[in-house]
Design a protein around this ligand. Structure first.
Ligand SMILES: C[S@@+](CC[C@H](N)C(=O)[O-])C[C@H]1O[C@@H](n2cnc3c(N)ncnc32)[C@H](O)[C@@H]1O
Length: 323
């Protein structure tokens, strides 16, 4: 069993991202802690790709909190600890990290404590009256901040934060095959796909935008798999799609609606696996009934999420498959 500590800003989205990236036989969410029964392949995929999580841990054992100290003394810690170690407790208990560390210390031949940067971090999560004693597998430290759109060579105001862009790509569940962003703009989704080692293609009706995407991909030494074209005229099979439809507040509602409907036709005819489509929810105008429109075209809305952007705009994320 593994435990993921999820980002809390949008827990439903964080959970969905993690589940899309693994084939967990059992899952359980308690607060921001997601328990997963997963293979080592899944663990590797999660550690290489997750955007909306903080850390991954392997659960060594769990027990009633009142038995924690005693149970810590029963573990063959020499088989768990590499080089040096530290203990960290998350949650409320009268026990101290020092006390629990002592139980480990006694079991090792040459114990070495390293509070700063331990090779083995034992994390104890207290959830209600139970303790989950874990070994940290990975701390997620992807540097999204340095990839924020305004720091790119070619900025464009409609690009979203790379952490969210990566989560949208991951929601498609893609492991292999090609990801298409048919409204790719300055290339935010493509950069994240490329940095995760995925094959991608970008399409945009505006060649100036594609020029921006070309430069931005080049900054990361990623290939320019880009074409000028109209997303509404796609005639080829699509496996995975991640895209963000135009949503300038200057765009008339009827335009947004017509574009969305036209694109739902394309997905209904050509989508083979999964599409994640981001659309705007306006504060000042009535919003098109996206889910209804998608269903009417013969698509199944598997999940939806909302992500606040600013007081005038919230983004809606639709996960679509065939009915
Ligand atoms: C919201 S932006 C995409 C932003 C992008 N995710 C990024 O990271 O920069 C939408 C893009 O859709 C493009 N677009 C509008 N209508 C289109 C159509 N019919 N076919 C393809 N692209 C279109 C626009 O040129 C614009 O670049």
């Amino acid at each position: 069993m593994h435990l993921l500590v999820l980002s809390q800003e949008n827990l439903a989205l964080s959970r969905a991202e993690a589940l899309a990236l693994c084939d967990s036989r059992k899952t359980l969410l308690k607060n921001q802690f997601l328990f997963l029964d997963i293979s080592s392949n899944d663990v590797n995929r999660l550690r290489n790709r997750l955007a909306l999580a903080k850390s991954i841990h392997r659960v060594l054992f769990s027990c009633p909190l009142k038995k924690l100290k005693e149970e810590m003394g029963e573990v063959q810690w020499m088989h768990v600890i590499r080089q040096d170690f530290a203990v960290r407790i998350h949650g409320k208990t009268n026990l101290t990290e020092r006390e629990l560390g002592g139980a480990i210390y006694k079991k090792l031949k040459r114990p070495r404590v390293n509070l700063e940067n331990p090779a083995s971090l034992i994390t104890v999560f207290i959830l209600g009256k139970r303790a989950f004693v874990c070994l940290r597998v990975h701390e997620l430290q992807e540097d999204f901040q340095s990839r924020r759109p305004h720091l790119r060579a070619m900025n464009h105001p409609t690009s979203m934060h790379p952490r969210l862009a990566r989560a949208v790509v991951n929601l498609t569940g893609i492991r292999k095959g090609t990801l298409l962003d048919p409204f790719c703009g300055a290339g935010g989704f493509l950069i994240e796909a490329g940095l995760m080692g995925l094959t991608y293609r970008g399409l945009d009706i505006d060649h100036v935008m594609l020029g921006r995407a070309h430069v931005n991909l080049g900054e990361h030494s990623l290939p320019s798999s880009l074409d000028v074209g109209d997303a509404l005229k796609i005639q080829t099979a699509l496996d995975y799609v991640a895209t963000d439809l135009p949503y300038s507040l200057n765009t008339r509602k009827s335009d947004v609606k017509a574009l969305f409907e036209g694109f739902m036709d394309v997905l209904a005819n050509h989508l083979r696996k999964r599409a994640v489509v981001v659309v705007p929810l306006y504060k000042m105008k009535s919003t098109p009934a996206y889910e209804k429109m998608a269903r009417r075209k013969g698509l199944r809305v598997k999940e939806t999420f909302e992500q606040y952007v600013h007081h005038m705009l919230t983004r809606k994320i639709l996960v679509l498959v065939h009915q």
